[in-house]
Design a protein around this ligand. Structure first.
Ligand SMILES: Nc1ncnc2c1ncn2[C@@H]1O[C@H](COP(=O)(O)OP(=O)(O)OP(=O)(O)O)[C@@H](O)[C@H]1O
Ligand SMILES: [Mg+2]
Length: 336
């Protein structure tokens, strides 16, 4: 069966006074129906820009999609006229934005904002839409939902606004839900409830999910597949267990070692990846992580490694590397 989403060679730049920002570089991947894909990577790695570009939501200009195709259910989203894309957004592809403070309209009630896509896509009457809004707010755990639907975003706390965003993303039972840092602003207990809710929805209606987060722990608990991004590229991807147990990109390994207990047993210090993420204003040449990678070879600096199946691991475990990290890992493990 064809994948639900098939992203091919997506490249996105921003034209800025400081130069061209190479935000997304030649990103290709697929998601099967029902799959949950967790996307991780440090700030500025292109997670949000790549997702927003797929559904026509980056500002153009300064944003510019240089190349690529994004097939959703067989149709290239990048070629759809705006009104068709608009019909798809919200209905078939639900999006939870990273910043609920700026994404909710301050002058509209919460009811209006959740009901709008429902009324537009399903022709619901005002009363029918209201019932669905109450149901959705209940679902995302907003207490006393019926009494609160007439309130404005500023009357909700940050965590509550985040839940409203999630309710909007889920409102039309989308085939694909793209959630960008959807639980980052929430308390861990609320985050756990939202993650349960997503698992539940997957079971009930088989939603396919792209979950973008900084939190490797969330990915471990929620996703089938993990995709690690850096410098606008995919560095590694594969089944969660395979990538966690046997990372092949030094960047993935660094992220794993930065987790509490990710280092050696009994070692309570947290590992930090040295250096900072790259400035994306220079031409993307070579492995973007090479300048921060002690194991990088000459070739890593000059030639971009393709993302390809790694040796001796499960099918679908891919990494973009010129070195064999297994030797480096063994050497480090052998140290006292
Ligand atoms: N409107 C814009 N103009 C110029 N550069 C931009 C714009 N939006 C994003 N960028 C740049 O694109 C790159 C990728 O940004 P993106 O928001 O996708 O990162 P991210 O991985 O989502 O990070 P975070 O984890 O902080 O959300 C960054 O270097 C960012 O500065
Ligand atoms: Mg982001």
């Amino acid at each position: 069966m064809a994948p639900l989403l098939d992203v091919r060679n997506l490249t996105v730049v921003f034209d800025t006074p400081a130069g061209i920002v190479h935000a997304v570089n030649d990103v290709s991947y697929t998601i099967e129906e029902g799959e949950t894909l967790g996307i991780v990577g440090e700030s500025g790695s292109g997670k949000s820009v790549h997702a927003l570009s797929m559904v026509g939501l980056i500002a153009r200009p300064p944003g510019r999609i240089v190349s690529g195709e994004v097939f959703f259910n067989g149709r290239d989203l990048l070629k759809l006229p705006e009104h068709e894309l608009c019909n798809l957004r919200g209905k078939e592809i639900g999006f939870v934005f990273q910043d609920p403070m700026t994404s909710l309209n301050p002058v509209l009630t919460v009811e209006r904002q959740i009901a709008e896509p429902l009324r537009r896509h399903f022709n619901l009457s005002k009363t029918q839409a209201r019932e669905r809004v109450v149901e959705l707010l209940d679902l995302v755990g907003i207490p006393n939902a019926r009494a609160r639907i007439g309130q404005y975003p500023h009357e909700f706390s940050g965590g509550m606004r985040q839940r409203v965003m999630i309710a909007i993303g889920l409102s039309c039972n989308p085939k694909l839900l793209i959630a960008d840092e959807a639980t980052t602003a929430l308390d861990v207990t609320v985050q756990a409830q939202i993650l349960d809710l997503v698992r539940d929805l997957k079971k009930k209606i088989g939603t396919t999910v792209i979950w973008i987060t900084h939190d490797m722990g969330v990915v471990a608990g929620l996703a089938d597949t993990i995709q690690v991004m850096y410098g606008g590229r995919i560095m590694e991807r594969g089944p969660v267990d395979a990538v966690f147990d046997d990372p092949r990109s030094a960047y993935t390994w660094g992220l794993l070692k930065s987790l509490p207990h990710g280092g050696k047993r009994g070692d309570t210090r947290l590992y930090q990846i040295p250096g900072n993420p790259p400035h994306l204003t220079s031409e993307p040449i070579g492995d973007p992580f090479a300048p921060r990678n002690a194991f990088a070879t000459e070739r890593c600096l000059t030639e971009t490694p393709p993302l390809k199946q790694v040796d001796d691991s499960v099918i679908g475990h891919k990494a973009a590397v010129w070195y064999d990290l297994r030797q480096e890992r063994r050497a480090e493990e052998a140290q006292p």
